[in-house]
Write a protein that binds this ligand. Structure first.
Ligand SMILES: [Zn+2]
Length: 372
């Protein structure tokens, strides 16, 4: 029989909200209609949007993906699930080869059972000058054979790898990442526009938190930001917490990359957990007023965002239209991950749905047809 939800539908294809209903059977969307449903038992809902997809996230609920601790990994995933994220990558910061291998192996069972989509390696093949909250002691150039070896440890579950393209071996490493079926991302980089374009020509398709941890866009020096934002082959990630990127710049970037922009949390363990003292990898982090900074340098150290708050801030602070913001939170990141079975409200898709109230706060979350 299934269940019917009735409310304002934002399908995720960029079209405006419309009064309608969704019928779910088992794990999938069985029927979608406009107007009011015939089903007298239909559950009234406010706004119904596709489940959020977070391609860049380090943890939440005091759990860290680097911990190699199943209880912490679960806690991080479920913290974000309650905030509407129905598909996510686990991001790992820079570490030694042995630590990375151990962390990857701990995450593999969570990818196999579908708890996580895949693993994102944000380092260690990044720029020392733009390393942000990565431990500089662990950074190294991307030696292509080391990159291949780590991809093999991941056994196909590494979904994305961030590389600074100006480093020796970077372009060949980007080719290897792509040949392995993972997304190559440009980020934590000192590259200029030309080197960035070479990375894109080699197969890079994602910009790791555009603007953050890279040289700025100047009107006579486009830099990596200009090269990434203007190239139709790139999906730029944006951390829309109102701190990492000024809201006006979020607005400009998402307008420039219409249909390509991806909201990410880049969340650390404090997401959904509150202020306090935390760690990212081996570095101490202080979280005050929801802003995470390294205790040593004061550098921003990931965010405390959940995807629902990223959506609210994109609409309320950056002034983006809701339909486009939902597309950037759900539909486009699903496409980045190559997932054709979700990200839009359509017949046959997996029933990943977020029910929001008029303030865009989460009422309920459904994942694969089951309420969270
Ligand atoms: Zn990150």
């Amino acid at each position: 029989m299934g269940v019917t939800l009735s409310g304002e539908l934002l399908r995720g294809d960029g079209t405006p909200a419309q009064r309608g209903w969704v019928r779910i059977e088992g794990e999938h969307i069985a029927e979608v209609g406009v107007g009011r449903p015939d089903d007298a038992l239909a559950i009234p809902a406010g706004l119904i949007v596709p489940g959020f997809v977070d391609i860049h996230c380090h943890g939440g609920g005091r759990g860290e993906f680097t911990s190699a601790n199943p209880e912490q990994i679960d806690r991080a995933v479920f913290t974000h699930r309650r905030h509407g994220t129905t598909t996510m990558n686990a991001s790992l910061v820079s570490a030694t080869y042995d630590d990375l291998e151990r962390q990857i192996r701990a995450l593999l069972p969570f990818v196999d059972d579908g708890t996580l989509h895949g693993i994102h390696l944000e380092g260690p093949w990044i720029s020392e000058r733009y390393c942000g909250a990565h431990d500089p002691a662990t950074l190294r150039p991307p030696e292509p054979d080391e990159v291949s070896r780590i991809l093999e440890v991941g056994e196909g579950r590494i979904a994305m790898v961030t590389i600074a393209p100006e480093l020796p071996g970077a372009i060949e490493s980007i080719r290897r990442v792509v040949a392995f079926g993972a997304r190559a991302a440009v980020g934590h980089t000192a590259a200029d526009a030309d080197i960035t374009r070479a990375a894109i020509d080699a197969g890079a398709t994602v910009a790791t938190h555009l603007f953050n941890a890279m040289p700025p866009l100047l009107h006579r020096a486009a830099g990596p930001v200009g090269a990434l934002l203007s190239d139709e082959r790139i999906w730029p990630e944006i951390i829309a917490d109102g701190v990492h990127v000024e809201p006006d710049v979020v607005d400009l970037a998402l307008a420039a990359a219409e249909g390509r922009g991806v909201l990410v949390t880049d969340a650390m363990a404090a997401a959904g957990a509150g202020d306090g003292d935390y760690r990212i990898g081996d570095l101490d982090v202080r979280v005050r007023d929801g802003v995470a900074r390294l205790a040593s340098s004061g550098s921003l150290a990931g965010s405390t965002l959940t995807m629902d708050r990223a959506l609210r801030r994109t609409v309320s602070l950056a002034g983006r239209p809701l339909a486009g913001a939902v597309r950037a939170a759900s539909t486009t990141p699903a496409a980045v991950l190559g997932l054709t079975d979700r990200g839009v409200i359509e017949v046959g898709k997996r029933a990943d749905l977020v029910l929001l109230d008029e303030d865009l706060d989460v009422d309920r979350v459904m994942r694969a047809g089951e309420w969270i």
